[in-house]
Design a binder for this molecule. Structure first.
Ligand SMILES: [Fe+2]
Length: 264
């Protein structure tokens, strides 16, 4: 099977981006992304393919790096000059399992999808860029993230301009993607809004139960987000596809150690 056998090209005709139907799709997705910070393409994979791609990576996930950490929403060092109850210092718990790119099986379908140029070209157009590049780090380009019973990804802002995810397996309960569109801006941290969010009382919170096979583009620099605690025997398995605006991007050794537990 090749990538064209995996993707629902009837619903999402991204092979010919100059065709009017593809231009309409790009325009709709761009509009949704700029308005809400997110664009989701349901049933991006053909039926049954998500389960098959999940099955391909499950053996490797048994040895995934267990990330258990306390952090603040910025994933930055605690600022002790601020009052103890300042929302920027609020401790948040994350526990999840991260499979780095170098341990994703060489013949896994999700690896072929990540490297498939038509997808990269489509995403570039949606985010308004001429070109996107493959991430050149040994571990960061494509990660498989697994949340088992009791795991969660705590509230945070992203550092990357946007992130692309493809959900391979939905859990039975929990594992909802939640976010507040544009809570902060480049010139306003909006700590009052952040306090509301951390008290789980923000009126604009959006909470979504995603379906396996959904491709999502998300801009998380200004929109804090989390994945709620998973419960039940079925883990949430998602793939995170990282593309870059410039060629040659790699992680630092310390970032690799933080996210994958090893530098090489
Ligand atoms: Fe994120």
């Amino acid at each position: 099977m090749t990538v064209v056998d995996l993707i629902n090209l009837e619903k999402y005709p991204i092979l010919e981006l100059d065709a009017p139907i593809a231009k309409t799709l790009v325009a709709q997705c761009s509009h949704e992304l700029s308005k809400t910070g997110k664009c989701s393409l349901k049933q991006f994979l053909k039926p049954e393919i998500a389960a098959r791609l999940a099955a391909e990576v499950k053996p490797a996930l048994q040895d995934a790096y267990v990330q258990v950490m306390q952090h603040n929403v910025y994933f930055k060092k605690d600022d002790e000059t601020l009052p103890e109850n300042h929302p920027a210092r609020h401790p948040i718990t994350t526990s999840q399992n991260a499979l780095a790119y170098d341990r994703v099986p060489a013949d896994a379908g999700i690896r072929a999808i990540y490297n498939w140029k038509p997808l990269r070209d489509f995403i570039a157009q949606v985010v308004g860029l001429d070109t996107l590049y493959l991430h050149e780090d040994s571990m960061a380009p494509l990660n498989i993230m697994m949340l088992k019973d009791g795991d969660q990804l705590g509230w945070h802002y992203d550092r990357a301009d946007f992130v692309t995810t493809l959900l391979l397996q939905a859990p039975e309960t929990g594992g909802r993607f939640e976010y507040i569109p544009h809570l902060r801006s480049a010139d306003d941290e909006n700590y009052a809004g952040l306090s509301e969010l951390l008290a789980d009382a923000h009126p604009e919170k959006i909470s979504l139960a995603s379906e396996a096979g959904t491709l999502t583009l998300f801009q998380g620099i200004f929109s804090p987000h989390r994945v709620t605690q998973v419960s039940g025997a079925t883990p949430r398995i998602t793939s995170v596809l990282s593309y870059t605006k410039q060629p040659g991007v790699v992680f630092s050794e310390s970032a690799r150690k933080q996210f994958y537990g090893r530098a090489n």
